[in-house]
Write a protein that binds this ligand. Structure first.
Ligand SMILES: [Fe+2]
Ligand SMILES: [Fe+2]
Length: 395
């Protein structure tokens, strides 16, 4: 999944307000927005040496029961329209297709060639690639997140509803992304694997709260956004690998990007269906998600050293143009067009206000981005990253 720094404006919680954890940090509590239900406060503010955690007020089960039933009634529709976007395992690529073959006589030569190619790639690129890999490796968190959603969760772990089949198969497809990037980075010899592994352990331990409130309207809007964000980000690391002369790495990132695109198609189709059945509820859900800002899945990233690791990583991604505030605005604009939000009719007053808000948001984000960019240029600094043995990178 992808990442980004949006200054004080968008997307992720800033480290100072939303990463209150560990003995060395002072916790603060922020209000999560409420949709329909009563917020519950999260606790655990003072346990020492724990990984980052959310401590804002968390909303649960905001979807009314009749709408939960709606998703159950859509099970057959999902079978015909969503499961078709999964690829049969036998037709899927596997990480081994892109890595040196440990059984072949040429294994050591292949590893040597991989390492030679990696030598030509700059450190800042590796910081972004590592961050992308770590984000993918926190997959248990994302499967958990899907299974928080009322009406579509996998109730047994092997449920035969279309929604549950999708959740498991999506996870299984995604699992190859982290595997492939992890093995590539291990073989490259360019990064500190132990630090990276620690970061993954911290991140899975921290989880995430995308503020989707067990609500599949919010959940599928979130995943639509995220799949496109990862498609963009892996696409850009592919392009830049090519510019650095590493066609094999470009192929790795490009192949992952293609998966993300297919997943985006499925999730945006679900939300398109919700717009067809319940335009008012869906446009309000979209506005709600955008007001809360789409937080990036790895925003609680920590390596045991850098309290602002995610912000630093996002700043490098922004500077290299792998994932930027502009991309965030572009994704929203794309989704507004994809779901034909401007053309929705018959909305309630609240629905119309949500429609206006969402349609007017992309240009506002871009304007804020330009200002933030100007500030960032003045304030750029150098930061050490444990992932690359403490070498310094401009953020
Ligand atoms: Fe992925
Ligand atoms: Fe994905």
């Amino acid at each position: 999944m992808a990442l980004l720094r949006l200054g004080s404006v968008m997307t992720f919680p800033s480290s100072s307000s939303n990463k209150p954890f560990l003995n060395c940090r002072s916790p603060t509590i922020s209000m999560a927005s409420t949709l329909h239900s009563v917020p519950k406060e999260t606790e655990n503010l003072k346990k020492p040496c724990l990984p980052p955690r959310e401590v804002h007020l968390q909303v649960t089960h905001s979807l009314p029961p009749q709408k939960v039933e709606l998703f159950k009634s859509l099970d057959e529709w999902a079978e015909d329209n969503i499961l078709v976007h999964l690829k049969p395992v036998e037709k899927c690529w596997q990480p081994q297709d892109f890595l040196p073959d440990p059984e072949s006589d040429g294994f050591y030569d292949q590893v040597k060639e991989l390492r030679e190619r990696a030598k030509a790639i700059p450190d800042d690129y590796f910081v972004v690639l590592v961050g992308d890999m770590i984000t993918e490796e926190a997959l248990p968190t994302y499967q958990t997140m899907l299974n928080t959603l009322d009406g579509v969760r996998d109730e047994t772990g092997a449920s035969l509803t279309s929604w549950a089949i999708w959740n498991r198969a999506w996870t299984a497809e995604e699992n190859r992304h982290g595997d492939l990037l992890n093995k590539y980075l291990y073989l490259s010899g360019r990064v500190d694997m132990k630090q990276i592994e620690k970061t993954i352990q911290y991140l899975i331990g921290s989880g995430m709260d995308p503020k989707t409130e067990n609500n599949p309207y919010l959940g599928f809007i979130y995943t639509s956004f995220q799949e496109r964000a990862t498609f963009i980000s892996h696409g850009n690391t592919a392009r830049q690998a090519k510019e650095h002369g590493d066609l094999k790495l470009a192929q790795i990132c490009g192949t992952i990007a293609a998966d993300e695109k297919r997943h985006e198609t499925a999730y945006t189709k679900i939300v398109e269906k919700l717009f067809e059945i319940d335009p008012d509820g869906t446009v309000m859900a979209l506005a709600d998600m955008m007001k809360k800002k789409i937080s990036m899945p790895a925003h609680l990233m920590y390596d045991g050293k850098d309290d602002n690791l995610f912000e630093h990583f996002s700043a490098v991604a922004q500077r290299l143009g792998v994932y930027t505030v502009r991309d965030y605005a572009d994704i929203l604009e794309f989704l507004v067009g994809r779901w034909k939000i401007e053309k929705l009719t018959g909305l309630s007053g609240e629905g119309q206000r949500a429609q206006d808000f969402v349609c007017g948001l992309p240009p506002r984000i871009r304007k804020l981005e330009e200002r933030a960019q100007g500030r960032a240029k003045q304030a750029s600094s150098i930061v050490p990253f444990s992932w690359i043995f403490g070498r310094e990178v401009k953020v």
